[in-house]
Ligand binder design. Structure first.
Ligand SMILES: C[S@@+](CC[C@H](N)C(=O)[O-])C[C@H]1O[C@@H](n2cnc3c(N)ncnc32)[C@H](O)[C@@H]1O
Length: 267
């Protein structure tokens, strides 16, 4: 698997060809694109910059670092983790091994949440991002509404009580996978994403169940809870949990792929 990695100097084309061979052998579906992104990330340029300069020579020290990045990707570490960032609603979010790589579907969660807020008025609004991870939701909410103060929490819900009586919006992309499914995930997820970001308990609903109960008591009247789920049967189960906790006007919304994935309700 590592035989095709080259750590000597060579042109961009030679480096990319060797890296692509290595990544294909490791089962990476997007081998060429990933090879280009890894080189672009190393050089601090865009992917187009790499593709337009294929005869440029990569020096031996940089080639060594490139080979190291390719080896990591061949071990199925997520591309964004190696790059150290992911773009989320136009914001560049820093990533470490402690946080989940933000997913495109979560962008739709934030976009919907922003439409559920009351229009800008005299008073400032407060939002909570529960299970904030990289902070992508909190950052995008703050960037989306200048009249919004955002509190971002992770691991403990206790601090949510601080926001009692003033919180208008709780947004969360909680861990929602049933424990039994985690072992069968792709290596990028199973071996490289924090398990605490994935495992939602036996039925995947443990956190959503708590969010429904705690969120109902934390939100001011008519404040909104918006939650991402695994979709399908789970979104229906989550909607029932919200209704059972006393949320009104519970609604479900599809992601960009048309999968019913998000649920919202009014306290
Ligand atoms: C699916 S990740 C979402 C991360 C980020 N908000 C995003 O959308 O990319 C779930 C996050 O919830 C956190 N988490 C897990 N259990 C939690 C709990 N009991 N209370 C609060 N946060 C929790 C995890 O550490 C993880 O960062």
């Amino acid at each position: 698997m590592g035989a095709a990695v080259t750590s000597g100097a060579g042109t961009f084309r030679e480096q990319l060809d060797a890296a692509t061979t290595t990544l294909e052998a490791a089962g990476v579906q997007t081998a060429r694109v990933d090879a280009e992104w890894l080189l672009a990330g190393l050089l601090g340029i865009g992917r187009a910059g790499v593709r337009m300069d294929l005869s440029r020579v990569l020096s031996a020290p940089l080639a060594e670092r490139y080979a190291d990045a390719v080896r990591r990707r061949a071990r199925r570490e997520p591309l964004q983790r190696i790059l150290g960032w992911e773009d989320f609603l136009g914001l560049r979010i820093r990533l470490t091994e402690a946080v989940l790589v933000p997913r495109p579907e979560t962008e739709a969660l934030v976009e919907w949440a922003l439409t559920l807020l009351p229009p800008p008025g005299a008073r400032r609004l407060l939002a909570l991002d529960l299970g904030t991870g990289s902070g992508c939701i909190a950052c995008a909410l703050a960037a989306g509404r200048s009249d919004l103060d955002v509190v971002a929490l992770d691991v403990s819900l206790a601090a949510a009580a601080v926001a009692r009586d003033s919180a208008d919006l709780i947004v969360s992309n909680p861990p929602y996978l049933p424990t039994g499914l985690v072992a069968g995930l792709e290596p990028e997820v199973r071996s490289h994403e924090p398990r605490i970001a994935l495992d939602g308990g036996a039925d995947g609903l443990a956190l959503i169940r708590r969010l429904a109960a705690v969120g109902r008591t934390c939100l001011r009247r008519a404040g909104v809870l918006v939650v991402e789920t695994a979709g399908g049967a789970q979104v229906a189960a989550a909607a029932s949990l919200l209704r059972g906790a006393g949320f009104q006007s519970v609604a479900v919304r599809a992601d960009l792929a048309g999968v019913d994935r998000f649920v919202a309700g009014n306290a």
